[in-house]
Design a protein around this ligand. Structure first.
Ligand code: C2O
Ligand code: CU
Length: 473
């Protein structure tokens, strides 16, 4: 295959970066400061106790919230026994704050701290997580919300709903999971029938055609959680009957696409990855790793399950919505909405305000996704990250990325530092690409630096399904 415009040297795995230049707030700019401690801790997931790593003593970590245009100044104290960084997923920030070790900063060594300073220009629902190894699959993640000062606010209450697949501290760690995956053992792990790499079962699921994502994940997790709680002792979201609630749903999972529904309710999707869409009312919706959906729901009177089922896997994540007295539904209740219309994000249409200015692309670049389970290897443009050739971007260009999935799995492809537009104009920073599908996305190269595009399945990314996009002018 001939790749246009790829003339850089292959990216070295990690080069020394040196001190990060500090940022001075502009006149009148508000500064939101927060400190985080990344550390080993013990968490109660609701009937399950795990030793893990988290930001403080909760997972999700503390909500970070600012207004569009604010400067964020976040100090991270690394008390982990390992290097770490933080990536501010989806934020169109200055390159030096992007949190990619060896590309935008040196890793934060154990026992040291580091300060991130950046302006968050766009309102929306985001999150943050490390960009080192498979640390995302620990408890190291937290929501990041950028408010729009001019938004009308058509809702009475707001809930942040963070989904995760959980294995850390259940007799194994994400590092061990990755070692087993890459060790070519592939046939299941030794701590219980639901754990390990349940791949044959997922292929079976793919054949029945019930969901559009084929082989959706590599790891069968022992637990799926909403806001850090397992179904046996779920998070309870409270409001009053008749109130209109805005849910900001974030998939912080490492290897799991979820289908989300609220028993007895329809949901109206209003934004994805921070960008307003033409509102669509649906029974349920899919959300891939790294994606976010804002939905609005008018609440009925009673107690209802808010459920996220892992696509192609066994298990359930659940919270409870309570607007009145009443007994909670059984913890394995699957709302019938999940067998109704399940919205695919790529079927959404952008709000007018989310569209890029009409323009033909100046340049086209290919991201050819390849790989398989046995041996476990994943690549972009024929080689794993570190051996593949960075894509060159020229400042000012409208660039079309043609992302071609040549595998039997779905990959949530995420781009740093920019958002892109799908062919129908939908703006996103993370998009699910089903097996053997290809998607063209357009971006404006308006944020110079060295960036990443990668699969947000953290095991695929760590195995090499990642590529650098470097501004050359
Ligand atoms: Cu949330 Cu490079 O990713
Ligand atoms: Cu992938």
């Amino acid at each position: 295959m001939v790749l246009a415009g790829c003339s850089n040297d292959p990216s070295p795995a990690a080069r020394p970066i040196g001190a990060t230049p500090s940022l001075t707030p502009s006149a009148g700019q508000r500064v939101v400061s927060q400190s985080l401690v990344a550390k080993p801790t013990t968490l109660d997931l609701g009937g399950v106790t795990v030793d893990t790593w988290a930001y403080g003593d909760t997972a999700p970590g503390p909500l970070l919230r600012a207004k569009a245009g604010d400067m964020l100044r976040v100090t991270v104290d690394n008390q982990l026994p390992d290097d770490t960084t933080i990536h501010w997923h989806g934020i169109r920030l200055r390159n030096v704050a992007d949190g990619v070790p060896g590309q935008t900063q040196d890793p934060i060594k154990p026992g040291t701290s580091y300060t991130y300073e950046f302006t968050a220009p766009d309102p929306g629902t985001y999150f943050f997580h490390p960009h080192v190894g498979v640390q995302l699959d620990r408890g190291l993640y937290a929501p990041l919300i950028i408010d729009d000062p001019s938004e009308p606010g058509r809702y009475d209450a707001e809930w942040v709903v963070v989904l995760d697949d959980w294995i850390d501290g259940t007799g194994t760690t994400p590092d061990e999971v990755f070692t087993k995956l890459t060790g070519g053992q592939g046939g299941g792990m030794d701590h219980g029938s639901m754990e390990g790499m349940d791949h044959g079962a997922m292929r079976g699921m793919a054949r029945d055609g019930a969901q559009p994502f084929g082989d959706a994940g590599d790891v069968a997790y022992p637990h799926y959680v909403i806001n850090g709680r397992a179904p046996a002792d779920p998070d309870v979201l409270r409001a009053k009957p008749g109130q209109r609630v805005r849910m900001r749903v974030i998939n912080a999972g490492s290897d799991t696409i979820f289908a989300v529904a609220m028993g007895g309710h329809q949901m109206t999707v209003t934004a994805t990855d921070g960008w307003p869409v033409e509102p669509v009312t649906t029974d349920a919706f899919y959300i891939g790793m790294g994606e976010r959906y804002d939905v609005e729901v008018t609440l009925d009177d009673g107690v209802f399950p808010l459920v996220a089922t892992p696509v192609g896997k066994k298990g359930i994540a659940r919270a409870l919505v309570r607007t009145g007295p009443g007994r909670a539904p059984a913890d394995d209740t699957t709302p019938r909405e999940l067998s109704g219309q399940v919205l695919m994000g790529t079927d959404l249409r952008p709000a007018e305000s989310s569209r890029l200015d009409p323009k033909d692309p100046d340049d086209q670049q290919m991201l050819h996704l390849s790989g398989q389970m046995q041996p476990y290897s994943w690549a972009v443009n024929g080689k794993p990250f570190g051996q593949n050739t960075p894509i060159s971007l020229t400042r000012g260009n409208r660039v079309r990325l043609r992302m071609m999935n040549m595998t039997t799995m779905t990959h949530p492809m995420h781009l740093h530092g920019h958002t892109f537009a799908l062919p129908n104009g939908l703006r996103k920073d993370t998009v699910l690409i089903a097996p053997m599908r290809s998607i063209d996305v357009d971006l404006d190269a308006d944020n110079p630096g060295d960036w990443m595009a990668h699969c947000h399945n953290i095991y695929h990314a760590e195995a090499g399904m990642m590529i650098a996009l470097n501004y050359v002018k």
